[in-house]
Design a binder for this molecule. Structure first.
Ligand code: F6R
Length: 607
C-alpha cells in the first residue's frame, strides 16, 4: 500500500506534494520521491527512508515546476533503495504507482528485447517504458498512457506525467482507490481524499478501469469500455476527510471494495514476487518441529481459522485443532509441549481470544498472533506477530480484515509445508502465484455488485436464509450467514452441504432462499446433489460458481452469481466477496445500519 499524489498548480508543486505525502505516510515509508516538469524537462528527487529525508533533499536541491507527482513507498518488488524509489522514469515519462503489476516480467522482457534499458527492480518501471514505447509510435500522451494501462494485469493506481507537457497528469485506477481534487484553477490527484484535504474539499473518485486526463482547469475521464464518463465532484466535510468513506454510503461498502488493494499489501508483506516464495521474517521456533497447531479466534476470525485448518492439513500434513476462543479456554484442552498456538484477531483486544492466548502461553505452547492492530494486547503478548496490513476497519462487521487474515494464514500454511518438506518448490511457486492473483481476481469478482444489489431487494423481506458449501466453502457459508444476520437481522444459518440431509433440510420450503457456494472443483458434483435435494423441496437457490459450474446448473437456480475461475486454493477469497455484498445490500434494502448494527461493538473486550 503506497501513497500517490499529483498536482497541477499555479505555484511550485513540490512543497504542496510534500505536504500531501505526509498525510499518506501511514501507507508506507521506506522510500519517497517527487518528479516535476519544468521548461519541458522531467526532474526528480528520490530518497531511501522516511519523508523527512525527502524534505532534506528538497531543501538542499529544490525541485522547480508547477506540475508534479509524488510517492511514499511500501516496498513490494525490489528492496527499499533509492534506485527502486518512485517516481520511475524513462526518456519521456515519470510514473508513480500503488499496487502490483502481475505481468511485469513478460512486459519487461518484451521491452528489453525492444531496446529499453531498465534501472530498477520494480514492477512499476515497465509502465514508464511501455508509455514511452507508445509515444515513440506517435500516439498522443493520453492515448499512449491508456494503451499502456490496457496491457497491465494486476491491481494498481497510477499517476503519470510527461516530458514537454506542463498541463497534464494521467491518473488510472484498477483496484486501489484514486481521488481527484478540484481547486481554484488547480487540480490534484491522491490515493485518498484525506491526502488532498488541505488543498481542496471538492473531490471525485475514479471507478475501476477509469483513465483520467487531468489538466489545470478540466478533467476528462474514460471508463473501462472506452466511453467518456462523468464522475461527480462532491464537497467533503472536514470530519469526513479525516475518516473518509470515499464515494461509498457506508464504511462497510468501502472496506469491501478496498479488498483488492489491502490484499495486495498483505501478499506483498509475505511473498517474494521475484522468487515466488513465501517470506515470513524471523520466526523464533522451528515450524518443522511443531507437533500440533491450535488456532483460536472469535466470530469472523474463527471462520478464517476454519479455512486455515484445511490449508495446513492438506499442505503441511500437520494436525490442526481450531476452537472458538470462549470455549477453548474452559475445556482444558490437552496440548503437547512445544505446540504452536495461533490467535487470529482484527482488534487484538478480544477478551476471549486474549484469555485463550494466556492459557496456551502457560501450557508450553509457542504463541503466534495474526492481528490488524500490531500494538494491541494480543500483539504485545505474542512471541511472534504476523500483521494483516488491512488498514483501519471502521465498519463493525468485519470484511477486509477477514480476507487479509486468510492471506496471512495461507502464507503461514505454505511456509509450514515448506519447512516440513511436504510441498516441493514447484508447488510453492504455483501457490504463491495463485495468492498474487487474488487482488486482480477480487477486483473482477466485485463486478457482481450491481447484480447482487438487485437480488438483495428480493431477499430483504425473507425471514430465514440458508447458506451451504463443502470443503473450503463451508467456512465461507458460515461467514456469509453471520454477515447477513448481524447487519440485516435476517435469520441465517450456514451448513456443510453434506450435513443438510441430517436435519436442516426440514427447514426448506418455497419461502427459504438457499445460497449455494459451489466452485467447479473436486466437490462440485457432491454439492450439486445437495442442491438438487433443496430444489426438490421447493427451495429457491442462489447459485454462486464459476463459468464451468454455471454451465452445469442450467435453469435450475433462481439466481446465478458468476465468480472468476481460479486455482481452488484461493477460492475462499473469491467466494467471500459475493456473500459480503449480499449481506451489505440486503441490509441497505432493509434500511438497517450496516456500519453500526444493533447490540454489537467493534472490539469485544469483555467475556
Ligand atoms: C463479525 C465480526 C466479529 C469479529 C469478532 C472477533 O463481522 O466482526 O465476529 O470477527 O468479534 O473480533 P476480533 O477479530 O477483533 O478478535
Amino acid at each position: 500500500m503506497c501513497g500517490i499524489v499529483g498536482v497541477i498548480g499555479k505555484s511550485e508543486a513540490s512543497p504542496v506534494i510534500f505536504e500531501a505525502l505526509k498525510r499518506l505516510e501511514y501507507r508506507g515509508y521506506d522510500s519517497a520521491g517527487i518528479a516535476t516538469v519544468e521548461n519541458g524537462q522531467i526532474d526528480r528527487r528520490r530518497v531511501e527512508g522516511k519523508l523527512n529525508n525527502l524534505g532534506d533533499a528538497l531543501t538542499t536541491s529544490p525541485l522547480p515546476g508547477k506540475i508534479g507527482i509524488g510517492h511514499t513507498r511500501w516496498a513490494t518488488h525490489g528492496a527499499p533503495t533509492e534506485q527502486n524509489a518512485h517516481p520511475h522514469v524513462s526518456s519521456h515519462v515519470a510514473v508513480v504507482h500503488n499496487g502490483i503489476i502481475e505481468n511485469f516480467r513478460d512486459l519487461r522482457n518484451e521491452l528489453e528485447a525492444g531496446g529499453h534499458t531498465f534501472a530498477s527492480e520494480t514492477d512499476t518501471e515497465v509502465v514508464a517504458h511501455l508509455v514511452t514505447a507508445y509515444l515513440q509510435e506517435g500516439k498522443s500522451h493520453f492515448e499512449a498512457a491508456r494503451l499502456a494501462v490496457a496491457r497491465l494485469e494486476g491491481a494498481f493506481a497510477l499517476g503519470i506525467i510527461f516530458q514537454g507537457e506542463e498541463d497534464l497528469i494521467v491518473g488510472a485506477r484498477h483496484g486501489p482507490p484514486l481521488a481527484i481534487g478540484e481547486g481554484d484553477g488547480e487540480m490534484y490527484l491522491g490515493s485518498d481524499a484525506f491526502a488532498l484535504a488541505p488543498m481542496t474539499n471538492r473531490v471525485c473518485y475514479l471507478e475501476d478501469g477509469d483513465c483520467a486526463e487531468i489538466r489545470h482547469d478540466a478533467v476528462t475521464i474514460i471508463d473501462a469500455d472506452g466511453n467518456q464518463v462523468e464522475r461527480p465532484f462532491t464537497i467533503m466535510m472536514a470530519s469526513a476527510q479525516l475518516v473518509d468513506k470515499g464515494n461509498h454510503r457506508h464504511f462497510m461498502a468501502k472496506e469491501i471494495h478496498e479488498q483488492p488493494e489491502v490484499l495486495g499489501h498483505t501478499i506483498s508483506a509475505y511473498a517474494d514476487p521475484l522468487q515466488e516464495t513465501i517470506y515470513l521474517g524471523r520466526v523464533p521456533f522451528d515450524l518443522a518441529a511443531v507437533p500440533k497447531i491450535t488456532i483460536s479466534a472469535c466470530g469472523t476470525a474463527f471462520y478464517a481459522a476454519m479455512v486455515a485448518k484445511y490449508w495446513f492439513e492438506q499442505l503441511a500434513r500437520v494436525s490442526v485443532e481450531i476452537d472458538i476462543a470462549s470455549e477453548f479456554r474452559y475445556r482444558e484442552a490437552a496440548m503437547p509441549e512445544g505446540g504452536l498456538a495461533i490467535f487470529v484477531s482484527q482488534s487484538g483486544e478480544t477478551a476471549d481470544t486474549l484469555a485463550a492466548l494466556r492459557y496456551c502461553a502457560q501450557n508450553g505452547q509457542h504463541v503466534a498472533s495474526i492481528v490488524n492492530v500490531v500494538e494491541s494486547t494480543i500483539g504485545r503478548e505474542s512471541e511472534v506477530v504476523f500483521p494483516i496490513h488491512a488498514g483501519p476497519e471502521i465498519g463493525v462487521a468485519s470484511t477486509k480484515a477477514f480476507t487479509c487474515q486468510l492471506m496471512v494464514l495461507a502464507a503461514l500454511a505454505i511456509a509450514t509445508a515448506r519447512a516440513r518438506k511436504t510441498i516441493d518448490d514447484e508447488t510453492e511457486t504455483r501457490l504463491v502465484r495463485a495468492l498474487t492473483s487474488v487482488p486482480r481476481l477480487t477486483t473482477e469478482t466485485l463486478g457482481v455488485a450491481g447484480q447482487i444489489e438487485a437480488l438483495a431487494h428480493d431477499l430483504a423481506s425473507t425471514r430465514d436464509i440458508l447458506y451451504f458449501g463443502r470443503g473450503l466453502q463451508y467456512p465461507i457459508a458460515l461467514e456469509g450467514a453471520l454477515k447477513l444476520k448481524e447487519i440485516s437481522y435476517i435469520h441465517a444459518e450456514g451448513y456443510a452441504g453434506g450435513e443438510l440431509k441430517h436435519g436442516p433440510i426440514a427447514l426448506i420450503d418455497e419461502q427459504v432462499p438457499v445460497i449455494v457456494i459451489a466452485p467447479y472443483d473436486r466437490l462440485f458434483d457432491k454439492t450439486m446433489s445437495n442442491m438438487q435435494e433443496v430444489i426438490a423441496r421447493g427451495g429457491r437457490v442462489v447459485f454462486m460458481s464459476d463459468d464451468k459450474g454455471l454451465d452445469h446448473v442450467g435453469n435450475d437456480a433462481w439466481a446465478k452469481i458468476r465468480v472468476p475461475e481460479a486455482d481452488p486454493f484461493i477460492s475462499p477469497f473469491l467466494y467471500t466477496i459475493p456473500v459480503q455484498l449480499l449481506a451489505y445490500y440486503t441490509a441497505v434494502a432493509k434500511g438497517t445500519d450496516a456500519d453500526q448494527p444493533r447490540n454489537l461493538a467493534k472490539s469485544v473486550t469483555v467475556e
